[in-house]
Design a protein around this ligand. Structure first.
Ligand SMILES: Nc1ncnc2c1ncn2[C@@H]1O[C@H](COP(=O)(O)OP(=O)(O)OP(=O)(O)O)[C@@H](O)[C@H]1O
Length: 458
């Protein structure tokens, strides 16, 4: 028993998780091993919490399985800590466990008659429930949901294509999880193309290529991610082609994903490309504004955070990059900031937490613009923003404009006061407090405020 288990676990996770998840959360972990306890050290509490909430289950399952492969009687405990391993915990790898584990690939020695060592690679947390629907992806969702109800039916093969980070992998796991939930006996395998090619090379080397093909031909559903990885790999394409034909003949479901339309993948044999397109090819488009808002709210909820609509809108409007991982990263930063400061999630907290991200995307909101937009909204003159008039029809919009200036710009209270007719900073502070109070008590003012933020964010 040694640290080699963790190294093998990491190698497998690298194949199974997205690149950004792997490099953000798992690569920074340092491992120590002593007395049957595997300790994983994170550089900070935030990483440690995130790993605990999101990856602990998959890590535990893998490590325990790997430990048992090495010694069926051995139990191993895993703990997550902040810091660095002790020198006594980082002894060099003792046994050549990797070689041993390599001979235990799921398909090894497995034939149609012996379906025992099946391993689905499915990640449970990717489900239809937590996949946010919008115009950009509703066709892909509807089709994969129908496949989940009737695998091997009319949509076979299904080809999903999209730019990175738009949810291809999530949907593959969601459909796989749904098939297994419906019928726990189903043999479903999710595999990234790199892993398929690597396993195939090992099978050729070990003279087990027939078992390899048999194993794949025995599945009820094969979900292959990032098929463009096969480009230029002729031998692998041949095996994939045979597997593919055999599965389609047997009405077993195949779903493939790629970053482009089948016909546009270069370096793939024409026969295979044509076959990819036999069933249905569906794009997933970048999420539009409303879907980005819904994704942000849902990702915040997953962390137990309530993201107010106007704040979600503010972020979605500014982070127009299509990769959904950027939105996930934004929520991670906001969550860290909110936990660290103990503050509510407001636009100014978000501006602070996402300073670097927003700097790339944001057009600056100016006090002039805020005054103009608020004056138009309440049909008052812009000059009244700076005037001495104190009637409520003028004073209230002025206070709202001051609060917006505080929330949406980096100006100090005295600077804002200056821009509103040379008022004192305490007047601005009073306006901000008053508006916060009014937003809580009065729905109309709350709605107005949200509309104004939207207009100013455009
Ligand atoms: N509509 C959505 N609702 C909720 N989460 C989403 C949605 N789209 C993408 N995500 C999330 O964004 C992250 C990236 O998605 P995923 O890994 O599925 O993208 P991908 O298209 O497979 O990217 P790549 O081509 O880089 O592998 C995942 O954590 C996923 O849960």
């Amino acid at each position: 028993m040694s640290l080699a288990i963790w190294q093998e676990c990491l190698a497998q996770l690298k194949d199974e998780l997205s690149k950004s998840d792997f490099s953000t959360w798992l690569r920074p972990l340092q491992a120590g091993y002593s007395n049957s306890v595997l300790s994983l050290y994170s550089p900070n509490k935030f990483t440690s919490d995130w790993v605990r909430n999101n990856f602990m289950e998959i890590i535990e399952n893998k490590v325990k399985l790997l430990a048992q492969l090495e010694d069926p009687n051995h139990t191993i405990q895993i703990r997550l800590l902040v810091g660095k391993p002790e020198s006594s915990e980082t002894k060099p790898v003792a046994a050549p466990i990797a070689a041993k584990i390599n001979t235990n690939h799921p398909w090894q020695g497995v034939s149609k008659a012996d379906p025992v060592a099946h391993k689905s690679n499915l990640i449970k947390r990717f489900t239809f429930d937590n996949f946010v629907e919008g115009k950009s992806n509703n066709f892909a969702i509807a089709t994969t949901q129908q496949i989940a109800e009737n695998p091997g039916g009319v949509y076979n093969p299904l080809f999903l294509y999209a730019h990175p980070g738009l949810g291809k992998t999530h949907l593959l796991h969601a459909v796989g999880n749904a098939i297994v939930a419906e019928n726990p006996e189903s043999k479903v395998v999710y595999i990234r193309s790199e892993r398929f090619v690597q396993d195939m090379i090992n099978a050729i080397r070990n003279n087990t290529i027939e078992q390899f093909k048999d194993y794949y031909a025995s599945l009820d559903a094969l979900l292959i991610d990032d098929i463009h990885f096969f480009a230029g790999k002729e031998r692998s394409q041949e095996v994939l082609f045979q597997t593919f034909n055999s599965m389609l003949d047997g009405h077993q479901q195949v779903i493939l994903t790629s970053d482009r339309f089948p016909k546009e993948i270069e370096g793939i044999d024409e026969r295979l490309r044509t076959r990819f397109g036999w069933g249905l090819s569906i794009p997933i488009d970048p999420p539009e504004l409303e879907t980005r808002v819904a994704i942000l709210i849902s990702k915040a909820e997953e962390r137990g955070l309530t993201l107010p609509d106007d704040v979600a809108f503010f972020i979605a409007k500014r982070l127009t990059i299509t990769d959904v991982r950027v939105l996930e990263g934004a929520i991670a930063n906001i969550s860290a900031k909110a936990q660290f400061t103990g503050q509510d999630i407001t636009i100014s907290l978000v501006q602070d937490a996402l300073r670097d991200m927003l700097a790339v995307h944001t057009k600056q909101t100016t006090i002039d613009n805020i005054q103009k937009v608020v004056a138009e909204h309440y049909r008052i003159k812009i000059s009244d923003m700076a005037s001495k008039r104190r009637t409520r029809t003028v004073a209230r919009p002025r206070q709202i404009a001051m609060a917006l200036a505080k929330e949406l710009t980096q100006h100090s209270l005295p600077e804002i006061g200056e821009a509103f007719g040379g008022r004192d900073h305490t007047t601005v502070l009073h306006a901000c407090r008053k508006v916060a109070e009014l937003r809580n008590e009065n729905n109309d003012i709350q709605e107005d405020y949200k509309i104004l933020i939207r207009t100013l964010s455009m």
